[in-house]
Design a protein around this ligand. Structure first.
Ligand SMILES: [Zn+2]
Ligand SMILES: [Zn+2]
Length: 252
């Protein structure tokens, strides 16, 4: 009971935790247990209060991560606070990440403040009229909302200097991809999304073939090509050598 409570408190505090982090907390309380023994009771407790425990694999660390989502939030409760604004900004952001309409960027699955801001009117248009805010959010409100979403761990910043230009990029975090997985699968076509050919999970950070759509997470590519030496690795579809795969996402 005490352990279960500590796990739940830690999940709310850290917002997203990988399995080794959760197990290190359990270790401090119960030296010989693992999260497997507590996950069902943690799930049950959270469900009673309208929360759900969801998990995903972190694309960079390859560790299993857990986060808590609120299953009870409806449009009315979202409107009553600034969460509603955050929802609008997140939708605008995901649209720009998966189906960009804004200016071209040096890598896929990233976007910028300007691109998100220019997408907001489309998102407002797509909302049912009764839930639509009276006026378009100002630039300041959009900026504040993005700052809030960065603090909450849904959006991350990536500043990069690439081919003589500086970019202030924004990209979706593991927490966002995990929480909005269903929304993403339902709202974007399979062609707009990329999936890792090894683990089949969504890929927004990884490496891709320079000639076709084949892509792998970094950690998946290590196991995928484990049998061959680097000079003998080829894209399985178009046979392009895998020596210099294209970085995808905020790793350029
Ligand atoms: Zn993968
Ligand atoms: Zn290829």
């Amino acid at each position: 009971m005490e352990t279960e409570q500590a796990i739940i408190q830690a999940l709310f505090y850290y917002k997203i935790m990988d399995i080794s982090h959760i197990n290190s907390i359990i270790l401090r309380l119960n030296s010989d247990s693992s999260f497997d023994q507590f996950s069902q009771s943690v799930r049950n407790t959270l469900n009673q209060f309208g929360f759900e425990l969801v998990s995903t694999i972190d694309q960079l660390s390859s560790l299993k991560c857990y986060t808590i989502t609120n299953t009870l939030s409806d449009n009315a409760s979202k409107r009553s606070n600034n969460k509603y604004m955050d929802t609008i900004i997140l939708r605008a952001m995901l649209s720009e990440v998966f189906e960009p309409s804004g200016s071209s960027l040096p890598t896929k699955f990233v976007t910028t403040f300007e691109n998100i801001n220019s997408r907001v009117p489309d998102v407002l248009e797509s909302l049912p009229e009764e839930t639509r805010p009276a006026s378009k959010p100002s630039k300041r409100q959009t900026l504040d909302s993005i700052d809030h979403l960065i603090e909450e761990g849904f959006i991350a910043r990536y500043d990069v200097h690439y081919r003589d230009r500086s970019y202030n990029l924004l990209y979706p975090t593991t927490r966002l991809l995990c929480e909005l997985d269903r929304y993403i699968q339902e709202n974007f076509s399979r062609e707009s999304l990329k999936h890792c050919e090894a683990c089949r999970n969504i890929l927004t950070i990884g490496y891709g073939c320079s000639q076709c759509s084949f892509a792998l997470h970094q950690h998946c590519s290590e196991s995928y090509f484990a049998e061959s030496v680097p000079s003998d690795r080829f894209c399985p579809y178009c046979k392009t050598p895998w020596q210099d795969p294209l970085p995808i996402g905020p790793i350029i």
